[in-house]
Design a protein around this ligand. Structure first.
Ligand code: 13P
Length: 252
């Protein structure tokens, strides 16, 4: 049985005072959480704050990106081992905003994945098609290409324990959620692709859905057989909403 994981992606939002209110609210709302996992991926400067507030709580924390290098003269970059220093369990890799706005290629994503995995972080590997790609009928090719780039780089052993987040770009921040059936079809495709690598890996890998997940639609999405939780943007900035989504994962 796969345990569902709901992770908040705060993106570039937050501030010390508002984070405190949000984190305290999430911890209070999720006390005693069992049967599902919860995490928040915060901007780098707030990792220490997340660690301070969340340690000894049922909520884990992580980052939204990391360097493709281990260390060295890379001004402004943050390495996997630095994230470990702040107790991160998770790191989002290859989010569509990183791919489209910062030019991250599949090769860069694979490098980042390797360092994250080597450091003992759980990579949350994001894949997903644009609206044009969906309309052109190439969703599966795009998702397969993004997934294969990492699988080929790290092999079955390197995929063990990873989380994959299917985030159709057209559903991110738009209020347009993929229907549970649309999402399920792609999740089943991803799991099938993993099965070609290793059957046990396929059964154990947590595949999250991301893209306009809200308290109102979470239960329906999480009720699908291959949807193992969510990667939540906007709704993760409101404690009540995020808690409700985590509770939906727990109940499904
Ligand atoms: P929204 O939930 O705001 O659509 O964002 C999804 C996302 O990009 C999570 O990584």
């Amino acid at each position: 049985m796969r345990e569902k994981l709901v992770a908040g992606n705060w993106k570039m939002h937050g501030g010390l005072a508002e984070n405190k209110v949000l984190l305290d609210g999430v911890v209070a709302g999720l006390s005693g959480l069992t049967g599902a996992k919860a995490a928040v991926c915060v901007p780098y400067p707030y990792l220490f704050q997340a660690q301070s507030v969340l340690q000894n709580s049922p909520v884990a924390w992580g980052a939204q990106n990391l360097s493709e290098h281990a260390k060295g003269a890379y001004t402004g970059e943050v390495s996997a081992s630095m994230l470990k220093d702040f107790g991160c369990q998770y790191v989002i890799i290859g989010h569509s905003e990183r791919r489209s706005l910062y030019g991250e290629t599949d090769a860069v994503v694979a490098h980042k994945y390797k360092w994250a995995h080597a450091a003992g972080l759980v990579p949350i590997l994001c894949v997903g098609e644009s609206l044009a790609e969906r309309e052109n009928g190439v969703t599966e090719q795009v998702v397969a290409r993004q997934l294969d780039a990492v699988v080929h780089a790290v092999g079955a052993a390197g995929m063990k324990g990873a989380v994959i987040a299917y985030e159709p770009v057209w559903a991110i921040g738009t209020g347009k959620t993929a229907t549970p059936e649309q999402a399920q079809a792609v999740h089943a495709f991803i799991r099938g692709r993993l099965r070609e690598v290793d059957a046990e890996l396929a059964e154990k890998t947590v595949i999250q859905y991301g893209g306009s997940v809200k308290a109102a639609n979470a239960a329906e999405l999480f009720g699908m057989p291959d949807i193992d939780g969510g990667l939540i943007g906007g709704a993760s900035l409101h404690a009540e909403d995020f808690v409700a989504i985590c509770r939906a994962a727990q109940a499904s």
